[in-house]
Design a protein. Structure first.
Length: 127
């Protein structure tokens, strides 16, 4: 008997260009100690000179501690052709928007089709 290869629509997400730029900018400063004020001085330099730390550096420190927040708008949904053999599927779960398929290798695939649509493809093949 020939294996059934399901033709599905895979779904994935990538960062938008703007979100990637936001992350790149955030990653320019790797260590808290590397943060500088608008004049290029670190907190350590101000403290060693017994000078008041400027507000712009204090704000940068607060933002650094918060990290970066990404929202749904920071991601772009991509769709692509996905081919999965029916006999490799061990299970699947669905939400309102997509289905996650679990295969024997332990990998998961996210697809656009619902469980009902996948079952219909399989049932139609074996009729």
């Amino acid at each position: 008997m020939q294996r059934l290869r399901l033709k599905l629509t895979g779904r994935g997400e990538i960062l938008t260009k703007e979100a990637q730029e936001k992350l790149d900018k955030e990653n320019e400063v790797v260590m808290f100690e590397d943060l500088t004020c608008d004049q290029g001085r670190t907190r350590e330099q101000y403290e060693s000179l017994a000078m008041k730390v400027p507000q712009d550096l204090i704000e940068k420190e607060k933002n650094f501690e918060k990290g970066i927040d990404l929202t749904d708008d920071d991601f772009e949904v991509l769709e692509y052709p996905a081919r999965i053999y029916e006999d490799e599927i061990v299970g699947y779960v669905t939400s309102e928007e997509e289905t996650v398929i679990f295969v024997k290798t332990g990998l998961t695939f996210t697809v656009k089709e619902t469980v009902e649509e996948i079952d219909e493809l399989i049932d139609n093949h074996y009729k």
